[in-house]
Design a protein around this ligand. Structure first.
Ligand code: ADP
Length: 589
């Protein structure tokens, strides 16, 4: 309601609302002062003088506010100009603020200056008023009493009242304009301008003032009780007024400090929650204003830092999202290519295998017939014998290479099938130990060809069942044993099996072959990867580089793991682990 009243005053006049209580106070001060003057001048206080007393009191109460209103521009609408222009300027600022009109930078700075100095202007006006009220009364006082003692006593009371009045004006004006100052500071910083370092009385000075006020009020009390011979009612009235003055003054002061701390608390809380509101204080105290300025500098810095960080995170996230999309697309294309490749490989391999089988069959047949029928014919004739030997040798190469090609095609077909998911897996539980023995038997012929290598097998009793495709399991062991036979020239090859602590079955093929260089340890399981060796294994059947890749696919299908441990030059140990097949009964146990 008070705000609306102020708004109304602001609209209708150029009279600043903040002067209203000041004016009322002035009237009150002047009236009470008049009361003192009359009370002490006309002695004793006769009832017939009551009229004069009341008239002066009312006149003071009316005249002083009227003069104020006149000085500060309440009647500008009636073409009576104000003497003090600052009230009008502040009023204009208030009006513009209310209408959200854009204030220019200079206006803003000037308004802030005025708002900061306004309480001091008022105090100045109050001092002038006090002087104009007190001085004539002192003269009147002296003319009436002709006693210096009387004059000192009465005028000292008046002085105390005057000082209280002046400070009261300061505090009230400061309190009333505090909101405007806060808004003005906010607008200044919104226009990216530096808030000027202007402020009113510092906290320290204010505390000194408060102490002075308390002392003065006490002095007033003492003065009143000792010199005014008061009645009970007037004593009570005086006490009430004095206490009210002290309470209003101190509470206004502490309210403004309290408001500042509440604002600081709210702003810091907001800041810690990620908000970025700056601190705008309506206060006029030097320490608080300087604190707010420094605080805002750090807030701006931290907002900027946060902003930069957010931008960085945003741009990095964008990059990552883009990269992820690219990777996804690349992955999709790779998968598609892989699928096409597997399809292509399996159909091409299939097409190749049929004619290759005929070529190989016929080559074997021709070689057999040639050895059986034509070589004996050539015996005795050196030239023919030599030629026949070479033809036989070439036929041998055709057969060997044909067999290698068949192996390669079979491997490629197997791998393509596994990778494209077209392999048929006939998974069933089987005794792993027995399957290992069968696989060893299958390759024993190969080992028999090399008497320098001894094949042994070391399988404990009671190996657990494994659930897998038995043929693939055997293919896995046969591949490893084939490699061992192929690469080991002397020494021994041993197949070991054991149950690990976690229940998984661990099977290893150990040999005393050339071993695998450390840099190839992880690569040997890649497709077509073959270790480059100096001693090319010329007389060994050529490999395809796919055997171990197939082994890995088989093991991984059953969630197992395969790896190789090797000391280069001393031998290798190919190991794989597979989970055991656990029957329902075992699970219950
Ligand atoms: P390959 O058909 O060439 O044997 P693999 O995939 O079975 O294809 O093996 C890949 C490569 O790993 C071989 O070329 C060989 O260099 C190396 N390798 C495999 N097993 C052994 C072994 N027991 N000793 C030494 N090297 C081996």
């Amino acid at each position: 309601m008070i705000k609306n009243l102020f708004r109304f005053i602001a609209k209708k006049t150029s009279y600043c609302f903040a002067t209203v209580p000041f004016v009322v106070l002035s009237g009150y001060f002047a009236a009470s002062y008049a009361f003192f003057v009359i009370y002490f001048s006309i002695d004793p206080f006769e009832p017939e003088e009551l009229n004069a007393f009341t008239t002066t009191l009312i006149a003071m109460l009316l005249i002083v506010p009227f003069i104020h209103a006149l000085l500060l521009g309440a009647f500008e609408n009636l073409k009576i100009p104000a003497l003090f222009k600052f009230a009008r300027k502040i009023n204009n600022f208030y009006k513009n603020l209310d209408g959200h009109n854009n204030l220019k930078d200079d206006d803003l700075l000037e308004s802030l200056q005025l708002l900061v100095r306004f309480p001091q202007y008022h105090m100045l006006v109050a001092i002038l008023i006090a002087i104009t009220v007190i001085l004539p009364s002192i003269i009147v006082e002296y003319l009436f009493s002709r006693s210096l003692y009387h004059l000192v006593i009465t005028s000292s009371g008046g002085m105390i009242a005057g000082i209280l009045f002046c400070y009261f004006c300061y505090v009230i004006t400061e309190t009333l304009t505090s909101g405007l100052r806060g808004e003005c500071r906010q607008m200044i910083s919104r226009q990216n301008m530096q808030n000027p370092n202007i402020y009113g009385i510092s906290i320290r000075e204010k505390i000194v003032f408060i102490i002075i006020i308390v002392f003065l009020s006490m002095a007033m009390l003492v003065y009143f009780l000792s010199f005014c011979n008061p009645t009970l009612i007037s004593t009570l009235g005086f006490l009430a007024t004095t206490f009210l003055t002290v309470i209003v003054l101190t509470s206004l002061y502490f309210r403004s400090i309290n408001n500042a701390f509440t604002r600081i608390l709210i702003t810091t809380r907001e800041l810690s929650r990620g908000g970025g509101e700056l601190l705008y204080l309506g206060n006029n105290e030097k320490e608080l204003i300087e604190f707010a300025e420094n605080f805002n500098v750090s807030v701006r810095e931290s907002i900027e830092l946060r902003h930069n960080l957010e931008q960085k995170v945003e741009s990095r996230t964008e990059d990552l999202v883009k990269k992820a999309a690219e990777l996804e697309e690349a992955n999709r294309r790779l998968k598609e290519l892989d699928r096409l490749k597997s399809g292509f490989l399996s159909s091409v391999s299939h097409e190749l295998r049929t004619p290759l089988t005929s070529v190989l069959g016929f080559a074997r047949l021709i070689r057999k017939d040639f050895t059986k029928i034509f070589i004996p014919l050539a015996q005795g004739e050196t030239k023919r014998e030599k030629k026949a030997g070479r033809i036989n040798e070439n036929l041998g190469i055709i057969v060997r290479e044909g067999e290698r090609l068949t192996r390669l095609i079979n491997d490629v077909l197997d791998l393509a099938k596994i990778e494209s998911g077209r392999m048929e897996w006939r998974d069933e539980p089987f005794a792993s130990g027995e399957a290992i023995e069968h696989a060893v038997q299958a390759v024993s012929g190969q080992f028999a060809q090399n008497p320098d290598v001894e094949l042994s097998i070391n399988i404990p009793e009671g190996l657990p069942l494994i659930k897998a495709d038995r043929d693939r399991f055997m293919q896995l062991i046969i591949n490893l044993l084939n490699n061992a036979a192929k690469f080991t020239e002397r020494g021994n090859v041993c197949v070991d099996a054991a149950v690990r602590n976690d229940g998984w079955v661990e099977i290893s093929v150990n040999d005393t072959g050339p071993g695998i260089p450390p840099e190839d340890i992880y690569k040997v399981f890649d497709k077509f990867h073959q270790v480059t060796r100096n001693d090319t294994l010329k007389d060994k059947p050529g490999g395809t580089g796919l055997g171990l890749a197939i082994c890995r696919q088989i093991v991984e299908r059953y969630k197992g793991k395969i790896w190789v441990e090797s000391v280069f030059g001393k031998g290798s140990r190919f190991v794989f682990v597979l989970p055991p097949f656990i029957t329902k009964n075992e699970m219950e146990v």
